[in-house]
Structure formats: structure tokens, C-alpha cells
Design a protein around this ligand. Structure first.
Ligand code: NDP
Length: 328
């Protein structure tokens, strides 16, 4: 095949247009590993890239897609051979490097993760960056010593991509998982995913002057930031930790040092984009093995043609769970 299909974003004046186009391989950058992409997934960051957000993508025309999984077509790097099944997420993929919304990507070998046994390329993209990030949060909390018998663990933004996978993973590992959500329609499926109870979003979003709140959480996965994360940290039990990965509720924190110096709590920062390869591979191995969860009930499978409408939906907060993209 000489040409390949890609969901392309073009800039015309100040307007960004989106649609599926046939591209030639010469449009791909000079990197050693060429992958035939079978699946990708839609993340909030992709929607930003597809709508011209300069903090994500500076050069257009562009193919978004921070997630890709498929088969190696050719590799000038001895670590990979044609036919190898691989996952490529994060780094610059889909930002200023053509991403997973195209049938081909060409990337540095350092970005490529061999598909762990136990996962199909489809499973890998049901998880995608959201699943990897949820896994990194869990790994950080477990490394800090969190155990199911310690008590309830809260997940904020629970109906989102990262939040829903975090709920499923924690429940799978036997944690009493509290799902904090502002989406009423998600209550039933979050419980089916394993949440022991639902906390209304407002409960943790209310600003509080108090430096400490009742210590009720043994751990936390926070995708919201802002006042919510501040309240979560103030509500941690002694020596507990919160893994912070998102900012849908805002980037600011209103905290004093008291939770840290009186209760010995920890705030663990999670960054999936530049996560070192050994940690990245370890978490993917766990997601394929002991942490394997069934996410079929929260997966919406779409094609490249459906992306245009889905991008508007994710920007408007009208998506729940994970959006899987079948590419080729
Ligand atoms: P989604 O859009 O899928 O989910 C976000 C969820 O947050 C929503 O479903 C909603 O859940 C909740 N929410 C939305 N708006 C607000 C608000 N104003 N206040 C409080 N809660 C709100 O996003 P993702 O799950 O993909 O990503 C979540 C966050 O994590 C983002 O900030 C993203 O940038 C970040 N992220 C960070 C990564 C990292 O490496 N650190 C990697 C991947 C994502 P509900 O209705 O259930 O409350």
C-alpha cells in the first residue's frame, strides 16, 4: 500500500478543518520504526490538538492521536522486527509528530513498548494513555505501601477515562473504592465496575478554610486538581497518599503544610508522557497480567470517520469512560 488513511487537521487562516484523507508515506517523519496502526483511542489532549491548541500542537496540517497500537512494518532498529505487535503512547506522538489517528506512524525506537502477552492491540488501546496513567497512579500508591485493609480509596473524576480505569483497577485489587463523580448517569456503571460507594462531586469541591478535614481516605487517585485535590489531601488519614494526575477542576492548590507535617501524608505526582521506559513497561506488564480488568462495559468503539463528532463531544464533557478508535 502506497498511501494510507489518516484523520487530518488542517489550518485555513484561523479555522481548523478536520477529516479523513489519503496520505503518502513521505508525510511521515524520518524515524527508524514504522508501525501499521490497528487501534488508537481518544483522549482529551487529542481534542485539544484537533482544535488548534498551541500548547499541544504547533504545526499543521497534523494527524492527532497520542495513542497507537499495531504491528511493526519495518524497523531500522534491531530491537524491533516486522510483525512485532507494539504499543506507542506519549512522548511527542500526536502532538507535533503524526499520531495514532493514521494507519501509519513512524517513531523513534525509544518510544515503542512491545505488546505484553495477555493483551491484544485492541485491549491495549481500550486502556490507552488513560489506562497507563491510572496504572501509574496505582503503582505509586502501592509503592508507598497502600494495602486494601488500610481503608477506603477515593477516585475523583471517576466517570472519565483515567478515573473509570482507576476505579476498575482498585476494585479488582480488593480496595474499598469510592467514586467521586458529578455524572449521575454514571452511578450504576461505576458500581458495576466495582465502586463500593459514590461520592457526589460537590462533596469534595467545596472550598474550605480549614487546614485539615476529617481523615477518612487511606489513599486517593485524583484527576481533578484544584479545590478537590486540596480537600482530598486535607482528608487523608495519617501516612496516606494521594496520586495527582489531572487538572480538569483547575491547576491551583489551596493547602497549608499541616497535612504533611501533622499527618505525614504524601502527594505523589504522576506524569505518563515522560514516564521512564522501565516503569512504563512494568505497568503495562501488570495491566496485561495481575491487573487485567474487563472494560468492555465502558468502551465506545468508533472509526476514523466518527472522530470529528466525538472530538466535539469530549470537549463538551459528553463522553464517559473510554473511546476506542478502530484505525485499520
Ligand atoms: P476525561 O475528560 O475523560 O474525564 C475527566 C472527568 O473529570 C470527567 O469525566 C468528569 O468526571 C470530571 N470533571 C469534568 N469537569 C470537571 C470539573 N469542572 N470539576 C470536577 N470534575 C470535573 O479526562 P481523562 O480522564 O482523560 O483525564 C483526566 C485528567 O487527567 C485531565 O486533566 C488530563 O489532562 C489528565 N491526564 C494526565 C495524565 C498525566 O500523565 N498526568 C495522562 C492522562 C490524563 P465526573 O463527572 O465523574 O466527575
Amino acid at each position: 500500500m502506497n498511501t494510507f488513511r489518516a484523520f487530518r487537521v488542517t489550518k485555513e487562516g484561523e479555522t481548523f478543518r478536520r477529516g479523513v484523507q489519503e496520505l503518502s508515506p513521505e508525510t511521515l517523519p524520518e524515524h527508524p520504526v514504522t508501525v501499521e496502526v490497528h487501534y488508537s483511542s481518544l483522549n482529551y489532549k487529542d481534542a485539544l490538538s484537533a482544535t488548534g491548541n498551541p500548547g499541544v500542537t504547533k504545526r499543521y496540517p497534523h494527524t492527532p492521536g497520542i495513542d497507537a497500537a499495531g504491528r511493526v512494518l519495518s524497523s531500522a532498529d534491531p530491537r524491533f522486527r516486522p510483525g512485532d505487535e507494539v504499543i506507542v503512547t506519549s512522548y511527542d506522538l500526536g502532538m507535533n509528530t503524526p499520531g495514532g489517528f493514521g494507519e501509519r506512524i513512524r517513531v523513534p525506537a525509544e518510544w515503542v513498548v512491545p505488546l505484553p502477552s495477555g493483551l491484544s492491540v485492541r485491549d491495549a488501546m481500550v486502556l490507552g494513555t488513560a489506562g497507563l496513567t491510572a496504572g501509574l497512579c496505582l503503582e505509586a500508591l502501592l509503592e508507598r505501601g497502600l494495602k486494601p485493609e488500610d481503608g477506603p480509596v477515593v477516585v475523583t473524576g471517576a466517570s472519565g477515562g483515567v478515573g473509570s480505569v482507576a476505579v476498575a483497577l482498585l476494585a479488582h485489587l480488593g480496595f474499598e473504592t469510592l467514586a467521586s463523580t458529578g455524572t449521575e448517569a454514571a452511578h450504576a456503571w461505576l458500581k458495576a465496575l466495582g465502586a463500593a460507594a459514590i461520592l457526589p462531586r460537590e462533596e469534595l469541591a467545596e472550598p474550605s478554610e480549614r487546614p485539615l478535614l476529617k481523615g477518612r481516605f487511606a489513599g486517593a487517585v485524583d484527576t481533578v486538581g484544584g479545590e478537590t485535590l486540596s480537600n482530598v489531601v486535607k482528608s487523608l488519614r495519617p501516612r496516606a497518599a494521594a496520586a495527582a494526575c489531572g487538572l480538569v477542576g483547575g491547576p491551583e492548590l489551596s493547602l497549608t503544610v499541616f497535612p504533611f507535617i501533622l499527618r505525614g501524608v504524601s502527594l505523589l505526582g504522576i506524569d505518563s508522557a515522560e514516564c521512564p521506559m522501565p516503569l512504563r513497561r512494568r505497568v503495562w506488564e501488570k495491566l496485561a497480567g495481575p491487573w487485567k480488568v474487563d472494560l468492555s462495559s465502558i468502551t465506545d468503539e468508533i472509526t476514523l470517520e466518527d472522530l470529528d463528532a466525538k472530538i466535539d463531544a469530549i470537549l463538551a464533557g459528553r463522553t464517559q469512560g473510554r473511546v476506542l478508535v478502530r484505525v485499520a
